[in-house]
Design a protein around this ligand. Structure first.
Ligand code: R2B
Ligand code: URA
Length: 308
């Protein structure tokens, strides 16, 4: 254990590693990453995860499992059988690994994302990973873009169009700036090809705390606004550059910025909100669309890690 602690300290001092952001952790003999059922004293994190270079987050465990299989194929790794879920002793989240890529589910909304994000930051820190990049590959509702379009978030904003992830700590309001890494945005955009079935564009992403009223929908269990108000809100968002809406980008970008980790958000649109609120496209097509951000990120990974 002592040796591992020393090794961890060495890693944290390396400039390419993920810095320890909380000095309290240094005092702890062991750290239980409770929601992924891994522990620094029981699991050899450097051995299991030390080679990780890219972490991809997405809402659903099943989608992230499929992504792990897909990326494994794309990278030509000779894995047979289904990917192992390293968080198998809990069903809060799922963590799959395909060579240097970790594929992690985050659930819905920033509160759910925030927990797994922090445990993964600690995991890559304890594992001594170097030069890690984080992506969120997800789904969203589009504004004036053809469904099935991939939007890379060049800016992320809250419902008041402010680029801050607002939270409360010890009863006090805390605002974390959400600043997207423009180099990474451009690198992802460059991964879109003219020959793709889908478009890859950049835009502002609005991050809401709800799928229904929070995104101006009329079809939730509650609604106190009219169709005309909704339409005029959507139009004003669109005039401000908002191309899509989802529920995690703000926390994701703010926490990447805070942790000094390169990160980007890349989501497919499942509908055009100017045409309605319900997601009525057939499941098979929805499933295919959800692979589009995976394709973009897999090209980035191949270019970066394998130069092909
Ligand atoms: C996109 O899709 C989910 C809601 O259906 C949510 O996690 C998001 O950001
Ligand atoms: N996810 C969202 O948060 N909103 C949508 O409209 C579609 C997917």
């Amino acid at each position: 254990l002592q040796e591992r602690v020393i090794q961890q300290q060495r890693y944290s001092e390396s400039t390419r590693g993920v810095k320890l952001l909380n000095a309290n952790l240094r005092e702890m003999e062991e750290d239980h990453l409770y929601h992924i059922a891994l522990c620094t004293s029981q699991d050899d994190l450097p051995k299991l995860f030390g080679d990780v270079k890219v972490v991809c987050f997405g809402g659903q465990a099943s989608r992230m499992e499929k992504f792990a299989s897909f990326i494994s194929q794309e990278l030509g790794l000779d894995n047979t059988g289904p990917p192992k879920n390293y968080a198998e002793n809990t069903d809060r989240y799922a963590v799959f690994k395909a060579g240097p890529v970790l594929s992690v589910s985050h659930g819905i909304g920033i509160p759910s994302l925030s927990i797994i994000f922090q445990e993964i930051v600690k995991l890559v820190h304890y594992a001594g990973c170097q030069d890690v990049v984080f992506f969120r590959i997800g789904t969203s509702g589009g504004l004036g873009v053809e469904p099935g379009t991939v939007v890379v978030s060049e800016k992320v904003v809250n419902g008041e169009l402010e680029p801050f992830y607002k939270t409360i700590v010890l009863g006090r309001n805390v605002d974390h700036p959400a600043i997207a890494n423009q180099d990474l945005v451009q690198e992802l955009l460059n991964c879109g090809l003219n020959t793709d079935k889908f478009k890859t564009i950049k835009g502002t992403t609005l991050c809401a705390d709800d799928f229904y009223e929070g995104q101006g929908r009329l079809d939730g269990a509650f609604c106190e606004h009219e169709d005309e108000e909704k339409k005029s809100w959507l139009r004003s968002l669109n005039e401000n550059g908002v191309m899509n809406m989802e529920m995690e980008s703000l926390g994701f970008i703010a926490m990447c910025h805070r942790a000094n980790i390169r990160g980007a958000v890349c989501c497919v649109t499942l509908l055009d909100r100017f045409d309605g609120d319900g997601i009525t496209t057939n499941r098979q097509l929805l499933y295919e669309w959800q692979t589009y951000p995976q394709i973009i990120v897999s090209r980035y990974i191949r270019n970066k890690l394998f130069h092909n």
